[in-house]
Design a protein around this ligand. Structure first.
Ligand code: ATP
Ligand code: LTN
Length: 333
């Protein structure tokens, strides 16, 4: 039986965070045996915000190691670096020509990120179109992402339908979002109204997958909460709500169970308990990461993303050829 195709990516815009793990990576690990999975490092996307070239190189390699350390099996999945498959940028151009300025202006991520910059690059505006190209190149059935990416998937579906109808051919498959209920939206520890993000200039806002235990506990102790001091799940207490979500997402306990467990304990104890459980989870990932992060694994890692790029390219070039044909480009021979 043919497996359905899954595709997803994470930007190497920093070291991956607990939000990336609970919202994306952990779900990839769960489904990797059931589907034909392609997981990539979205380096083209990451330069929509200024990156230091040396740091970007490091973060890209680290991301490959973090994927594997989190449990992505490189032998059964295709792992690749986005810029190694040039069809992504090429398809993005074609899709650009049938994307409306108005629909991109409505994207929440664009509004958020452009506010943080003095000069807003066209790439940041165009981000969702490149993401649509990533997804549509591989006839992806499902795209496992966190809640923040739902809007980008909607536009991907619109662009696919529009292209198919303009050129009267069923070239693109319409993908479905695959958003798990738990962990889909982990908030910043310093501002619980904003999502946890690896490019937050304040490192206390996020937990990096590579933070040592004492740093993790310290960050949770410093987490911004209200002064109620009652562990209760309520929209009026977004800081505590976020910590309960994290705890629940890791332990699998329900919210009433957690409220009961920490009844009468106050925030101090609860924050340490969340910190401990996160540190326990990340300890296993870090052990595997440290093993991979040594020169003897260099060739192994390079082989993985070289093989991944080759596999991805084989599929992507076929799809791009269909697209070039449909729009009326002539072939070289
Ligand atoms: P940046 O800070 O550079 O924008 P990011 O940390 O927000 O990056 P992305 O690389 O844009 O992360 O996202 C990778 C994946 O992780 C996506 O599937 C996204 O939905 C998910 N994700 C990111 N942040 C969170 C979060 N706070 N909670 C849940 N899922 C998240
Ligand atoms: N925009 C995504 C990263 C990303 C992605 C993709 C995810 C780029 N291309 C294709 C799924 C499918 C993000 O997480 N910010």
């Amino acid at each position: 039986m043919n497996k359905k195709t899954i595709l997803s990516g994470i930007q190497p815009s920093g070291v991956l965070t607990l939000g990336n793990y609970l919202g994306a990576l952990r779900n990839w690990v769960k489904i990797q045996h059931e589907y034909d999975c392609k997981f990539f490092i979205a380096d083209l996307h990451s330069i929509t915000v200024r990156q230091d070239p040396n740091v970007l190189r490091e973060n890209t390699k680290k991301a490959v190691m973090q994927y594997i350390a989190c449990g992505i099996d490189p032998h059964i999945n295709t792992i690749f670096v986005q810029s190694h498959v040039h069809e992504h940028a090429e398809l993005a151009w074609i899709l650009n020509c049938s994307t409306y300025m108005g629909e991109l202006s409505r994207m929440t991520q664009f509004k958020d990120k452009s506010q943080k910059q003095e000069n807003v690059g066209v790439g940041l505006f165009d981000y969702p179109v490149l993401m649509a190209a990533d997804i549509l190149l591989y006839d992806s059935d499902y795209v496992p992402v966190g809640e923040d990416q739902r809007q980008h998937l909607e536009i991907t579906r619109d662009l696919a339908r529009r292209f198919n109808s303009t050129y009267k051919q069923n070239i693109f498959k319409i993908p479905e979002p695959f958003i798990s209920e738990t962990g889909a939206r982990i908030m910043s520890l310093q501002d619980p109204t904003k999502k946890m993000s690896k490019s937050d200039p304040n490192p206390n806002g996020y937990i990096s997958l590579l933070d040592p235990r004492d740093v993790i506990i310290k960050k949770f102790k410093k987490a911004v909460t209200d002064s109620e001091n009652i562990v209760r799940y309520s929209d009026e207490q977004p800081g505590i709500q976020n910590l309960i979500n994290i705890y629940s997402s890791i332990t699998g306990e329900t919210i009433p169970e957690i409220e009961k467990e920490f009844e009468g304990f106050g925030y101090g104890k609860f924050k340490v308990a969340v910190g401990e459980i996160v540190a326990d989870t990340l300890e296993r990932i870090q052990a595997k990461y440290n093993e991979l992060n040594s020169p003897e694994y260099d060739t192994f890692l390079k082989e993985i993303y070289a093989k991944g790029a080759k596999e991805a390219h084989e599929i992507a070039r076929g799809k791009l050829e269909q697209v070039y044909n449909a729009v009326g480009f002539i072939g070289r021979d």
